[in-house]
Design a protein around this ligand. Structure first.
Ligand code: PLP
Length: 402
């Protein structure tokens, strides 16, 4: 049957992270590989009450099909919620998605023809690369710096393409605690990215799953808020990291002509987002003590991050040549090892030594792959696992590196 698959699907191998996660079934492995928020932060009792009430009072409706663009109540609650972050939009600017991954898929389907160009950081979120890969895109990509994208390098790449009579379809960035690198984009660079989008009339896609999870420093305005809803930015959000990922609910915001098209695509691919899950999310926005929820989650993750960074200091002496980022929020940090080490090979050795990470190459478009980095999730493992896991990681790097 394979020969009947579409040309694009014949070559499509899915999200490569899945291929590494299959090695993690051994319970003795300490895994820094997942992207899981800690289930200790989930408001279990609150969710249980909302579900019971929703089914009891409104069961027939809750279990029916629901509007494609999303439940009116959740849309209104989200519009109110975004005001707290300086974003002022109307219902024509928002569509509820079935998670952040769905939001990314919609962007790819709306903008990309085969071989189109996307502007992105190196590294960037592997799930976005997988979502866009359906349209076999090409990339204008530059190494991310300590303070965010290499805006000048990206601009030079765009200019070159424009001079050849072509134009990238969008700029994809994750300004807050980027997955995988854990880097925060400075205000200056956010403004410069917006200017770039305006100058070349290329939409800027701002992916924001971690925005509320800041552990140190001051919040920096989102690029969407800097644009004042003037139509240059498409914002992607999800409840996965701020509430829980099992609900699969998120929202895309942007100019009305984009949102309208998103609803047509959603109608054709998944139709609607389960109403029960949307009800949980709108109750969360309306009735939960968000301030303490985020404060608790942040203090929980802040402690884990501090603990992880200390463990790295203690186990990676300078002469090992290993460096890492120091995130201000989010769930990940990025570790770079000496160039002679290929972290995909190292991964197999690490599994034997019962510790796991995500090999960095998964976060690079195929033509731009680097082999000497890894993504580390610091939020999920316990403190004991962090201590032992970092020790194992250091040992395996030393063994392999020599
Ligand atoms: C940058 C980024 N975008 C999107 C997503 C997808 O979110 P979701 O779990 O809601 O599909 C993630 C999840 O890890 C992410 O890190």
């Amino acid at each position: 049957m394979k020969e009947l698959f579409s040309k694009i699907m014949k070559g499509f191998e899915g999200y490569p992270i899945g291929k590494t996660l299959k090695y993690l079934r051994d319970p003795e492995i300490i895994s820094f590989a997942g992207g899981l928020p800690s289930s200790d932060t989930f408001p279990m009792e609150f969710i249980q009450e909302v579900v019971e009430r929703s089914l009891r009072e409104n069961g027939a409706k809750v279990l029916q099909y629901s509007p494609i663009a999303g439940e009116k109540d959740l849309i209104e609650a989200t519009i109110e919620y975004l005001k707290l972050d300086g974003i002022h939009i109307g219902p024509e600017n928002i569509m509820i998605t079935t998670s952040g991954q769905h939001g990314l898929d919609l962007v790819g389907r709306l903008f990309l023809d085969p071989e189109d160009y996307i502007v992105a950081d190196l590294p960037t979120f592997g799930g976005a690369l997988a979502a866009f890969e359906m349209q076999t895109p090409r990339y204008i990509a530059r190494d991310i710096r300590e303070d965010g994208p290499d805006v000048l390098g990206l601009k030079a790449g765009i200019k070159e393409l424009v001079n050849r009579g072509e134009k990238p379809k969008f700029i994809y960035v994750i300004p807050d605690y980027q997955n995988p690198a854990g880097i925060t984009t400075s205000l200056e660079k956010r403004i410069a990215l917006l200017d770039l989008a305006k100058e070349y009339e290329i939409p800027l896609v701002e992916d924001s799953p971690y925005r509320e999870l800041r552990y140190t420093g001051e919040t920096i305005p989102s690029i969407y808020s800097l644009d004042n809803n003037e139509g240059h930015v498409i914002g992607l959000y999800t409840f996965s990291k701020i509430l829980c990922p099992g609900l699969r609910v998120g929202f895309n915001i942007g100019p009305p002509e984009v949102i309208r098209k998103f609803t047509f695509i959603k109608e054709a691919n998944i139709l609607n987002t389960p109403k029960l899950n949307q009800d949980i999310c709108s109750a969360f926005f309306r009735g939960y003590d968000l301030q303490s929820h985020f404060a608790n989650a942040c203090s929980y993750y802040r402690e884990k991050l501090g603990f992880f960074l200390d463990a790295l200091e203690d186990n990676f002496p300078e002469e090992m040549g290993v460096t890492w980022t120091r995130p201000e929020g989010g769930l990940f940090l990025w570790l770079t090892v000496p160039e002679k080490i290929n972290t995909m090979d190292l991964f197999m050795k690490a599994i034997e030594d019962k510790v796991a990470f995500v090999p960095g190459e998964i976060f690079f478009p195929k033509k731009h792959i680097r082999h000497n980095s890894m993504r580390i999730n610091f939020s999920y493992p316990t403190k004991e696992q962090i201590l032992e896991g970092v020790r194992r990681l250091s040992t395996v790097i030393q063994k392999y590196g020599s």
